[in-house]
Design a protein around this ligand. Structure first.
Ligand SMILES: [Zn+2]
Ligand SMILES: [Zn+2]
Length: 352
């Protein structure tokens, strides 16, 4: 093994370069070292890329990856050298009060790969090697000889599981589930709602090509630039509204569009990320409807196993969203495409 590796580092906002950096090594007995086989760019990576989240210079980006284990800490029990793994993008301790209550997204020591010191100082996976801490909690083995496609399982560590959780925590079989926003998380939520036995899955967006993708998973697309989304949802639910509404956008306008779609007593599920300190919402409407709201950072490690099992059963295919397959060496170009919204989802191959 040579001493250095290639990694996509963020020199400054919008300046991604491939750098030669030292190969990381295991620091804690609970760590594993993973040789990355595939990695992806996530919408969250645009926060530091565009300078909205200020990071120290030269952070290695990326929190979606799969690879093979090349070194194992002495306290790791679930993995050996040679195992192939996917890792949760969020690393939790497994021992604090929230972790013991099965809420790892609220872990007191929560860390995220590739987002700098403020989020736990973990190097990202857009590199040839990455250290995965608390491996027994954070990582899952990729089932051997199964039907699971590598390009699907890559998404079990982040967006597929986030979308799945957004519906799994909210819906019952037979429900009508409406998803606002057909971006990657919205499409994953729609896919899981179909897999979990929704009677109807309605996806609301303004972009016809995204709606077409949703329809391929068995959802009904509602183009809100052509139709009144509330009327369309009411029309399909005996004028009740949807049992579950998922706001997969994370923008006040999406939340305001989501609320009228919900039936009385329904569940509003918000995987979209909000950073507004305050905003105006029709609170009396939510109160009178008796709405339950589910939101917050995903509890990825609580839902990953379900997602991997459903992938094995052929029910979830998030790889259908991949629009570009590029080499890690093309990372700068890939980020430009992704920022310009010319790519839905980009995979990077560290071997080229
Ligand atoms: Zn992500
Ligand atoms: Zn914890």
């Amino acid at each position: 093994m040579s001493e250095t590796m290639k990694a996509a580092v963020l020199r400054a906002p919008r300046v991604v370069e491939i750098a030669d950096v030292p190969i990381p090594h295991i620091n804690e007995p609970t760590d594993i070292l993973v040789k990355v086989e595939k990695t992806a760019i996530c919408g969250t990576d645009l926060h530091p890329y565009e300078g909205r989240l200020e990071l120290e210079a030269d952070i290695i980006l990326g929190h979606e990856f799969i690879g093979s284990v090349v070194d194992v800490g002495s306290a790791v029990t679930q993995f050996s050298v040679g195992d192939r793994v996917v890792a949760s993008c969020v690393v939790s301790c497994g021992a604090c009060y929230q972790c013991r209550r099965h809420q790892p997204g609220n872990c007191a020591g929560s860390r995220i790969f590739g987002l700098g010191l403020a989020l736990g100082d973990l190097d990202g996976g857009q590199a040839e090697y990455v250290v995965v801490p608390s491996a027994d909690i954070t990582a899952r083995a990729i089932p051997q000889g199964s039907n699971v496609n590598d390009e699907d399982i890559l998404f079990a560590g982040d967006i597929m599981t986030t979308g799945h959780e957004a519906v799994a925590r909210a819906m019952r079989p037979g429900d009508t589930v409406a998803v606002v926003g057909a971006g990657p998380v919205g499409l994953c939520a729609a896919m899981s709602a179909v897999a979990l036995g929704a009677s109807q899955v309605l996806v609301v967006d303004k972009v016809a090509t995204r709606l077409k993708e949703a329809e391929q998973f068995g959802a009904i697309g509602i183009n809100s630039s052509e139709n009144d989304a509330t009327d369309a949802v009411l029309d399909l639910t005996d004028w009740r509204g949807a049992d579950v509404v998922v706001d997969a956008v994370g923008h006040p306008s999406a939340l305001l569009a989501a609320i009228p779609l919900l039936r009385a007593g329904g569940v509003l599920s918000i995987p979209g990320v909000y950073t507004e300190e305050s905003m105006t919402i029709p609170f009396a409407d939510l109160y009178l409807k008796g709405v339950r709201i589910e939101m917050g950072v995903s509890h990825i490690t609580e839902y990953m196993d379900e997602v991997i099992a459903l992938m094995g059963a052929g029910k979830l295919h998030p790889s259908a969203m991949i629009s570009h397959r590029m080499g890690l060496s093309e990372a700068a170009e890939a980020y430009k495409l992704f920022e310009a919204r010319e790519a839905v989802k980009i995979l990077l191959d560290p071997t080229r």
